[in-house]
Design a protein around this ligand. Sequence first.
Ligand SMILES: [Fe+2]
Length: 527
Amino acid sequence: MFKHNLLNLDALKEFVCFLHGSWDKEVVMIELLRILKDILGCSRASAYLLDDGEFKLKAKIGGPDLLNSPQAIRQCQALAANFNLDDDIGVPVLLNGDLYIIPLKSPGELYGVVLYEVPKPSQALNDMVSIIATQASAALKNNWLADEKKMINEIISTFNSGPDLQVYYPRFAQKLKQIAPFDRLTITIPEPFYADSLIVYAEDSKNPFSVTRAPYENSAPSWVISTCQPIVENDLSENRNFLEDELLLNSGIRCALRVPLMSRGQVIGSLNIGSETPNAYSQREITLFIEVADRIGPAVENALVYEAINEKLGRALGQLDETFSAVLNALTVLLDKRDTGTKGHSLRVVRYAVAIAENLGVEGRELDDIRLGSLLHDIGKIGIPDSILFKPDKLTDEEWVIMKTHPKLGADIISKLGILSPALPIVLHHHEWFDGYGYPDGLAGGEIPLGARVFTIADAFDAMTSNRPYRKAKSIDEAVTELVRGRGSQFCPVCIDAFMRISLKELTSIYEECQFEVGFKSSCGIE
Ligand SMILES: [Fe+2]
């Protein structure tokens, strides 16, 4: 007998060692039954794990499943409901004949049950089964904890990809369902200034969710946030404690769980889930939701700060746009007066240049830069003496030298005003010729920035079609013929081809619309 007990002890030690290294629940169950058979001489046994409230068979020895009838299942469930979950040790309970049941559990948690038959039951055997079941339960608990840790890490990882949570919330919600199914999820943040709460994310399996704000006072989130405690309402058809409960019940929700959303030790909101099934959430699931809410809180808070900054930045940029527009419009009037005196010149050349550039496929920021450069092309003339700029007669050679400094003068002005720097290529190079005979740098072909090659055509076309004190305007047809004549010498051939694709109707329209107007509009909202 003593030798037999020593052998049992060795087998038990081996079993415990095996459990410590096992990360598979089903293998734990198989080994559990094997040792019950080897040590206790069990003739029949079945092991079950609790899964979604049901006992699922994971291993059996010596014949069919012992829960093989609805009556047996009901009896097992009734017993399971009465297991003492306060401590680690489970005690075998006689079901009938020589069939026993023992829980696999840890404090507060039931993992499953084992049903087994022993030919000669005794208190000593029951004690041995308790020890074996306790060891197996500890291994199952470790398995569950590892699974939960992995699951929570997967859930949290959905938040680690960037600040725009609207992209990640749906993925988060999907992963969160691995912890426990829900039919409704909301994340709410209080906004005391508005006396309500902001619903930063909502998902409802049946009812489309359009509400972005909810009353705060007397709501469940306000209770959770003020107490920093989770709260579960197991059946809203029996008890409704908060403002929104009636609404939830009417939309089919029976069980509601809310947990505090934490960030850096402070409660910042609440994570709320609801199920159409009463008593849907166990203590284990509530604990997991609390941990998730603890871990995602900082990401939610960061995203809210990011959104707030973006909103303020957007407002600030809007104000900057308005200021910038006012300055540009004033500058346009000034430049038109210091150029030819013809109203609308600046706006027309902008429109012609944009039309050419669009025909070349230019868009977005590059197109905006061409707009700005075209508008400010002659800003350097501010530095040319009036005696030269407004001289009614032909300029002398010396005067021409001074006049030709205006691109460099303009570049100096622009380079001191960072916000206008995109205009620099056109301001500096709008008098370059494609064949290299222009000024100030004598650039040729592709050396000349595209915007400047485009603008040169727009400027020449407008000059030819505008009346000047010393000559009458050419017709559009005559001006186009002149431009084509300069293809490859003064003007870039590709840009001339793009100009030729602009319809006569559009050219006429620009000409007529911009005779007296002053204004500037860009695709980024600058007017
Ligand atoms: Fe110029």
